[in-house]
Design a protein around this ligand. Structure first.
Ligand SMILES: Nc1ncnc2c1ncn2[C@@H]1O[C@H](COP(=O)(O)OP(=O)(O)OP(=O)(O)O)[C@@H](O)[C@H]1O
Ligand SMILES: [Mg+2]
Length: 576
């Protein structure tokens, strides 16, 4: 992205704040004017009061000074508060926009980007952008106006001296030219480090059990420390240039100042100028160098803000690959048949994971999908709610291609119990009611009891109000599964997709989960990726998937008679 494009897009972002920004700008102009007035006031102080001994003016001048400070203070407050407000509001919107965008993107996006990176985009990149929007904008604009009005003062005082001092002003640009690109590279590397650090933190805090079990604490500490070191180096390199540029500009400015003092002093001595004019000029010049020196400092903020803006806009530009059609229809309530028609799918455009699947599931049927690990069972199930789109062929529900209907109407007809149970750090109630927020207390209890969870839930310290910890960490594996089954029961969708976890449950909890599943499958069309013997036996039909193909199909007894893949799987896994 070029600077022009970024600025144009930032301008768009700031568009709604035009009025506020305009008011702030006017306030800045006023403050800048008062700054210049302060420098100018030195002249009457020296010339009229001390030189011409005007006592009356001595009584008035301090009062004027107080008034100047007071009014300046009011406008200072106005513009800094307004600009900060705008900056914070932009940030709030930007964070919401990014998060909204994440939610709109397909699963593919989340599989390709690390959690830490995305978190760091929303939290720290947006923060950096804010720094550059409000702080840099404040300084840049205010300093610009201040410089203009102070220039007015020095030219008014002595245009020849003013011209001379102007030769040295452009010196301030030197570090900008030298370090501009560097600051941007540094900011990118800073964000990379932050992303890495967030990733490590998130993974190892969540996976603390495994870290400890494998005695990897030292290793993880080293990994984290290495990232922190990289972060430190990056920040120090930024600090190096930032700290260096200040004295550099000051020294260059100092040369100019020295010359002016000498030249101006000579003129005062010769009687061509008054000490008041000279001191006033000098004060304005010193005040003038302040903002000019500041420019190089702001530059680093602006550069890193621009780099952040690039990353944020790049993220916002990513399109979802699961797009709803403009004229997408609402899928009517499922009543007849799900059909996979010559379905081909691959994750990476190369090696297909599904190689031409033809399959029909009638309404009310329980279809078990079995097969060796990596055969494509989960992938097949993920096509149904359109987590991914087929590469070839089509998935039809009651004859509607699922790509032609709205995502809401499609997904609301399916309940999903996945291989990993996904629970949120919230109450048992809210976890069960996830996706059915407007259901009654009665419904939740009924779902929990159908999922054989009511007993253990009531034994929890706060019953349904118990917070279950991150990913349900305070529950047992079987309990977690039953909560997610209760969630699916509550959703009461006509189509059920079950990816049974293979986690080793003891016979008691396996029996409970099994019963919960039976309750769930009642009156529904179920596609179950089956690992439990009982599920498979109760299925109306079993299909065997191997290496992306449907290799066998039939009832349990028939498949056993065929002496094929199924028999092998069955004797190996289930016949114990
Ligand atoms: N997000 C992904 N990106 C790339 N390849 C993937 C992705 N998910 C799965 N695969 C690959 O697709 C193939 C099928 O995976 P899938 O998860 O569908 O297998 P499965 O039959 O469900 O296995 P299991 O019984 O172990 O759950 C595997 O070879 C896997 O490596
Ligand atoms: Mg799987």
């Amino acid at each position: 992205m070029t600077n022009r494009i970024i600025l144009a897009r930032l301008y768009q972002v700031l568009q709604p704040y035009r009025t506020k920004l305009l008011i702030a700008m006017v306030a800045m102009v006023i403050v800048a004017g008062f700054n210049a007035a302060q420098a100018y006031m030195i002249k009457p102080l020296l010339d009229e009061i001390f030189y011409n001994k005007d006592g009356r003016l001595l009584n008035i001048l301090p009062l004027i000074l107080l008034a100047v400070f007071f009014i300046k203070g009011i406008f200072y407050f106005l513009y800094s508060y307004l600009l900060e407000w705008v900056g914070q509001d932009v940030i709030k919107d930007m964070r919401n926009r990014l998060y909204g965008h994440f939610n709109y993107l397909s699963l593919d996006f989340f599989q390709k980007n690390s959690t830490g990176e995305l978190i760091s985009r929303v939290i720290s990149d947006v923060g950096l952008l804010q720094g550059s929007v409000s702080h840099a904008l404040i300084h840049l604009l205010r300093d610009f106006f201040t410089v203009i009005s102070l220039l007015g003062v020095i030219f008014y005082m002595d245009w020849r001296l003013a011209l001379m001092s102007l030769i040295f002003l452009p010196m301030a640009a030197v570090p900008i030219i030298f370090y501009g690109k560097k600051f941007r590279r540094i900011s990118t590397s800073y964000q990379q480090c932050m992303g890495e650090a967030t990733s490590i933190l998130q993974e190892t805090i969540q996976g603390a059990r495994i870290v400890k079990a494998f005695c990897m604490e030292k290793h993880e500490m080293k990994r984290f420390a290495a990232t922190m070191q990289k972060l430190f180096d990056t920040l120090m390199s930024e600090t190096f240039y930032r700290c260096l540029s200040h004295p550099m500009v000051e020294f260059l400015g100092g040369i100019g100042m020295a010359l002016i003092i000498w030249f101006g002093g000579v003129q005062v001595l010769k009687g061509d100028s008054t000490p008041g004019t000279f001191m006033s000029f000098l004060a304005a010049l010193i005040m003038l160098y302040e903002p000019v020196k500041g420019v190089s400092k702001i530059n680093s903020t602006i550069q890193s803000g621009m780099a952040s803006a690039t990353r944020i806009f790049n993220l916002l530009d990513i399109k979802t690959d699961i797009e709803e059609k403009q004229d997408a229809a609402v899928l009517p309530l499922f009543h007849n048949c799900i059909e996979f028609k010559d379905v081909i799918f691959s994750y990476n455009q190369e090696e297909p994971v599904l190689r031409g699947i033809n399959l029909k599931v009638r309404q009310g049927e329980v279809l078990a999908v079995v097969g060796p690990s990596g055969g494509g069972k989960t992938t097949l199930a993920n096509l149904l709610p359109r987590f991914h789109d087929v590469v070839g062929g089509a998935v039809l529900i009651d004859g509607h291609d699922i790509r032609d209907v709205t995502l809401n109407s499609l997904r609301s007809q399916m309940a999903l119990v996945t291989q990993q149970t996904i629970l949120f750090n919230d109450t048992v109630r809210n976890n069960i009611a996830y996706g059915s927020l407007d259901c009654s207390e009665e419904d939740i209890r009924r779902a929990a009891s159908a999922a054989f969870s009511i007993e253990f839930i009531e034994e929890l310290p706060d019953g349904f109000e118990t917070i279950i910890g991150e990913s349900g960490a305070r529950l047992s594996g079987g309990q977690r599964q039953r909560i997610s089954i209760a969630r699916a029961i509550l959703k009461d969708a006509p189509i059920l997709v079950l990816d049974e976890a293979t986690s080793a449950l003891d016979t008691e909890s396996e029996r409970k989960v099994q019963k919960a599943l039976e309750n769930l499958m009642k009156n529904r069309t179920t596609i179950v990726i089956a690992h439990r013997l009982s599920t498979i036996k109760n299925a109306d039909r079993i299909i065997v998937m191997q290496a992306g193909r449907l290799v066998e199909e039939g009832t349990h007894d028939r498949l056993l008679q065929e002496h094929g893949v199924y028999e092998g799987l069955y004797t190996m896994q289930y016949a114990k």
